[in-house]
Design a protein around this ligand. Structure first.
Ligand SMILES: *Cc1c(COP(=O)(O)O)cnc(C)c1O
Length: 420
């Protein structure tokens, strides 16, 4: 694709890949990290990405670690797994998800994946027929956008409405869809907004998807991470209305994203996905994808079946405490505002009021200067589709969270317009 020296080479940069990766959070985080001041002796505080696993406050349950060790020691899981996962793991996920449902999920409908992210990759690949489009939320979890771009699946955005607690703008969904629209994605509890959908709203989303004749993809990787007034309700409850694909993982609830264990569940009581041929396409993509590590799968029955309720309730309470402090601290800083108090997941979105700042041009400028001057990493809203907003995670150690906000306060004061 170009001449290097005197010779022509046929390979080179791939524009599709470049476009896709430019949408990723990692790209933005790398930009911010490159702005850090090496002379600053303070520890870097990372409120830009959600991985609380390094912090003692959010350490995983020792019983889960033991389950992994036992699975390895048994030497029973040194083999390749079957494409959709080992039967015991599929059964364990079906039982785990069915605990809170009014019906039983069949293990045959469960496909084990290498984290929730691989479920997204497989699903987007299977949906990407030439000419098709998919409806994604704005703000978004950008891996959907990157994968869609990579698979050349057209993306159309519907808004989540901050003034309505980040509910889906259902009128916009109807206006966006046409006969090439294949699916809609909803994330609940929501990354990046930190809201939890009510049962009534979930039902309305399902009814809208049914009306449009599209698949409903429910990303529930933050299942049960609801610490406000609204309980977590799974979209699985509405599979009678519209075919649902449920995505999940142990990454967030057990604080082990590095274990790479997730799932994709097809909920299709009226066999719509099956007779449309989509289930077969999904199976075909699974057949050409790598499997989740077998010994992690081997530990899943123990992890999902025997983690004590107390582990979840203690960690949820710790997350609620972090969210509470985060919200209080946000309210003390004039140039940012949080339209909707976080009630789930590990994130919240805040709006930047640039008119109060004197030398900040936009969200990216704010975050780059913040990294440089305060060794504090916060994600610019544009990384999740909302320019001049910020996404903040509160899932870190409390003293770091408080220190982070004091740096944010100092920074904001320093850059505020001075009153004459
Ligand atoms: C973290 C996350 C994922 C990816 O989960 P992994 O199990 O780490 O691959 C998917 N969707 C959302 C909304 C997430 O926040």
């Amino acid at each position: 694709m170009g001449e290097i020296g005197a010779k022509r080479w046929n390979f080179g940069a791939n524009e599709v890949v470049e476009r896709s990766s430019s949408l990723s959070i990692r790209e933005y985080l790398n930009t911010l990290i490159s702005n850090l001041d090496e002379g600053d002796t303070r520890p870097v505080i990372a409120l830009g990405h959600g991985d609380p696993s390094p912090f003692p406050r959010f350490s995983t349950d020792p019983s889960a670690v033991k389950a992994i060790c036992d699975a390895v020691s048994s030497t029973k899981f040194n083999n390749y797994a079957s494409a959709s996962g080992i039967p015991a793991a599929r059964k364990a996920v079906a039982e785990y998800l069915s605990r809170d449902l009014s019906y039983q999920i069949s293990p045959n409908d469960v496909h084990i994946t290498s984290g929730c992210l691989q479920a997204i990759e497989i699903l987007i690949s299977a949906l990407a027929n030439p000419g098709a489009n998919i409806l994604l939320p704005r703000p978004t979890y950008p891996m959907y956008d990157s994968r869609a771009s990579f698979s050349q699946l057209e993306v159309r955005y519907f808004d989540l409405l901050p003034e309505n607690g980040w509910d889906v703008d259902l009128d916009a969904v109807e206006a966006l869809a046409d006969d090439k629209t294949v699916a809609i994605v909803v994330v609940n509890p929501c990354n990046p907004c930190g809201n939890v959908f009510s049962r009534q709203h979930l039902q309305k989303i399902a009814e809208t998807a049914c009306k449009l004749g599209i698949l409903l993809i429910a990303d529930e990787v933050y299942d049960h991470y609801a610490f406000g007034d609204k309980p977590f309700v799974s979209m699985a409850e509405f599979a009678e209305i519209v075919p649902v694909i449920l995505l999940g993982a142990i990454s967030k609830r057990w604080f082990v994203p590095g274990w790479r264990l997730g799932w994709m569940v097809t909920l299709d009581p009226h066999s719509i996905m099956k007779y449309s041929g989509f289930v077969q396409s999904l199976t075909n993509v699974i057949n050409i994808s790598t499997d989740a590590v077998t010994f992690i799968q081997g530990a899943i029955p123990e992890i999902l079946g025997n983690t004590k309720e107390e582990f979840f309730s203690v960690k949820l309470e710790k997350m609620r405490e972090c969210a509470e402090i985060c919200y209080e601290e946000i309210m003390k800083i004039p140039c940012i505002s949080c339209p909707s108090k976080p009630e789930g997941s590990m994130f919240t979105m805040v709006k930047l009021n640039l008119s109060l700042l004197e030398d900040i041009s936009d969200d990216l400028d704010f975050c780059c200067k913040l990294a440089k001057e305060e060794s504090l990493i916060i994600l610019p809203g544009r990384a999740v589709g909302l320019k001049n907003w910020l996404r903040i995670t509160f899932a870190i150690e409390l003293d770091l969270l408080i220190d982070g906000f004091s740096r944010l306060k100092n920074f904001s004061q320093r850059h505020s317009k001075k009153k004459p």
